[in-house]
Design a protein around this ligand. Structure first.
Ligand SMILES: [Zn+2]
Length: 117
């Protein structure tokens, strides 16, 4: 049987022993517990996306979606995203003849609730 030595008392213990039988000191991390806690600690942090030092404009998906539906032909959702040029283009072309609105609607639908432009 493979053995190792307890760091605390020097007692010879089995290689897979977690606790020294002589002094009761914990020798190994409890691996199963560790894995369990790691799996449950999936940290999702997308609240502070900074690109090149300047903060991007945060947009709410649902506001954009509503603007696209009701004010799409006036480029309402484009103005909301800060895309003024495209907004003006949408006004003159009635939302790129409806095609632009349709494409935008689908694109917005698959965006996260908060996104950055
Ligand atoms: Zn020991």
């Amino acid at each position: 049987m493979e053995t190792k030595f307890c760091e605390n008392c020097g007692n010879k213990v089995a290689i897979d022993a977690v606790i020294c039988p002589k002094c009761g000191r914990q020798l190994e991390e409890l691996k199963t517990e560790e894995n369990k806690s790691n799996a449950s600690q999936v940290i999702i942090n997308n609240s502070n996306i900074v690109d090149g030092g300047y903060k991007k404009k945060q947009c709410d998906k649902w506001i954009t979606l509503l603007l696209c539906i009701f004010l799409g032909i006036f480029g309402g959702h484009k103005f909301y995203e800060g895309k003024i040029g495209l907004g003006i283009l949408y006004i003159f072309t009635f939302g790129l003849f409806g095609i632009g609105i349709l494409v935008d609607f689908i694109v917005i639908l698959f965006r996260p609730n908060l996104y950055y432009v």
